[in-house]
Structure formats: C-alpha cells, structure tokens
Design a protein around this ligand. Sequence first.
Ligand code: SF4
Ligand code: SF4
Ligand code: SF4
Length: 290
Amino acid sequence: MNTDRRAFFKNIAAAAATLTVLPTAALAREKKTAPSDAVGMLYDTTKCIGCKACVVACKEANHMPADTDGYGHGLYDSPDSLNQYTKNIIQLYKDGNEQSFAKKQCMHCIDPACVGACMLGALQKGKFGVVSYDVSKCVGCRYCETVCPFNVPKFEWAKAAPKIVKCEFCKERLAEGKQPACTEVCPRKAVIFGKYTDLLDEAHLRLENNPGKYVNKVYGERELGGTQVLYLSHIDFEKIGFRFKQDESVPHLQQTVSHGIYKGFVGPIALYGLLGAVLFRNRGNSEKES
Ligand code: SF4
Ligand code: SF4
Ligand code: SF4
C-alpha cells in the first residue's frame, strides 16, 4: 500500500472518531423506491453467448469511437472494461470448467450515489428512472466516478473539453418509443428491456421455473438500494464482478455514517468498510486510467 492510500484510510478512521451519536428516529433516511414509470433491463448469464452484438450496437447508437487499447495491439475495437470510449461491455469469467459472460453498463440505481455526489446536478434521475448526464452543468470534479459502487462513470482524459461517459439507457431512443440498442440486437434475448416491475416478475418466474439453474437471487432487486438493471446468474455474483451485497444505497450509508445514528459505532465501522472499499477501488482504477 503506498503512502497516499495509507493516508486515505487514516482519514476515514479520523472521520469516524469525530462522529456524534444522535437519536435514530430523528435522522433515519427513507428508503427510495423505483419511480412508477421505471423501465429496466434484465440480463441472464445462462442465455448470453458473448457475441458482443450489444457492445457494437451500443457504440453505434452512441457514436462512440473505437477502443483499440485492449486486445489486438491497435487493430481491433476491443475494450476490456468500461472506459471513456465504451458504455457497455461483455466480460468473461473463467475458472476451470466454470464460465460466464457478464454485461456491464450503468445500473441506473434507484438511489444513485453519482446523483447524490454531484453538487451541480449534472447527474439526475429523470423520466423512466434513467440516470442521465448534462454536460453543461458538469465541472469535471469526478466525484461521481469516485462514489459509484459499480465503477461506471468515466472521465474523458484524452479530450481538451472532457465530459463524463456513462450509459444513459439510450434516452434518445426511449423518447422516440424505441428500446435501447443493446437489448434490441441481442440474438439470444440474454438482455431484455421492459417495465421494471415486469422484469422483476419475469426474473422471479425464471427462478421458480428452473430450480437449481440459477443462484437463487435477482441481483439488483435489493443490493445497494436496488437497481433498474437486474441480473440472473448461474454462478456466484461475486465471481462476475458484483461484490457488494448490502441492501443500503451508498447515499443512505453516507447519511447514516455522517449522522452517526448507531450506538457504540458498531454500525458505522461496518459501513466505513463498504464506503472505504468503494472509494479505494474506484480511486485505484482512476489512477490506472489516468
Ligand atoms: S451505477 Fe453508478 S453511475 Fe450508474 S446510476 Fe448507479 S451510481 Fe450512478
Ligand atoms: S442502454 Fe444504450 S447506452 Fe446503455 S448499454 Fe444499452 S446500448 Fe449502451
Ligand atoms: S448481444 Fe446478447 S448474447 Fe450477445 S454478448 Fe450481448 S447480451 Fe450476450
């Protein structure tokens, strides 16, 4: 661990020591729910063949340049992670005979950390529950990058007038009555689009009708306050990159920690672990990308 990172954790510990314990009832934060018009995506690892048609369609729909930094030595558009050129990615997990693809893009959180962190309102949760971005309000502070538990927003380091890059659920297509480009092209219907509540029902139906086929959980139903992008998986969610299991959203945890509503700091210490993990990992990734 380098000196900067040691200092980072020391700062978290120092902040913990300054908290005041206040009555829970006065400060509890209400859990947010998906808006009534919320749309979503349901991705099913058992159906995905890793063809990356969704990655290509996303690039086309968003007029994104090729990313030739990854595999292929500059010859192919071959992103291996979300980045300033890539809003949607298919990753591969493989360990012996165990294998899975995993689609990654913005999760359109029900209580988004990025929206809570952006003091200027450049990120907003709007129509259909889509978390969208307004470059005219953005000053490039990159707080959104730091707090996102899914490590989604990316800063355009290579540009003179950089902006934040992230999936906005093809909001222009939605406004025209179309579905997102990625769900439209998927040949296996491994990722489908629909009303959020219908997708939740569909996910539970698949679990019920296929005992033993999936891990018995719809990822995103509860995790981190819930997300409008939902996942079914045949292997542990942690293995395909979903390491956070807490029900509470990051803004909820931040408020809880800052108000110190737990007696004896037992709660806050656990919560610092999560917040620290989010910040530490994203900071590490930003250092690599910059
Ligand atoms: S996944 Fe990250 S960028 Fe997307 S809404 Fe959630 S906090 Fe914001
Ligand atoms: S919704 Fe649109 S921007 Fe988001 S991943 Fe799919 S194609 Fe890309
Ligand atoms: S288009 Fe569908 S099957 Fe192909 S990689 Fe994307 S989600 Fe998987």
